[in-house]
Design a protein around this ligand. Structure first.
Ligand code: FES
Length: 106
């Protein structure tokens, strides 16, 4: 991914509490709206490639639907096993009503 911001959706496409998955380059990125804040992580669990966007979200913690590892979607930090490695997290900004994904945070 380049260091530039890429428009991936409009704010109306990700309502409060919702998420979408978009393909950018060769990555699938999950974008979440939590209380009006947008967060983006790679949609691939670092344990065994589970689709994180299909997991349960509790505040800013996503639980992998495969084996239950948890990650903080604000930072990509892994919080519980069986995953041991953080998931990439990306900067998100809103420009007018466009949601834009930028450089990797972690
Ligand atoms: S693939 Fe996510 S915990 Fe195993």
């Amino acid at each position: 991914m380049t260091s530039e911001f890429i428009t991936v959706a409009t704010t109306s496409e990700i309502p409060l509490g919702e998420r979408i998955v978009v393909e950018i380059g060769r990555r699938w990125i999950a974008i979440f709206n939590v209380d009006g804040q947008y967060y983006a992580i790679e949609d691939r669990c670092t344990h065994d490639d589970g689709p994180l966007a299909e997991g349960e979200l509790h505040d800013c913690i996503i639980e992998c639907p495969r084996h239950g590892a948890t990650f903080d979607i604000r930072t990509g930090k892994v919080l519980s096993a069986p995953a041991l490695v953080d998931v990439p997290a990306f900067t998100v900004r809103v420009n007018n009503d466009e949601i834009q994904i930028g450089p990797r945070k972690s």
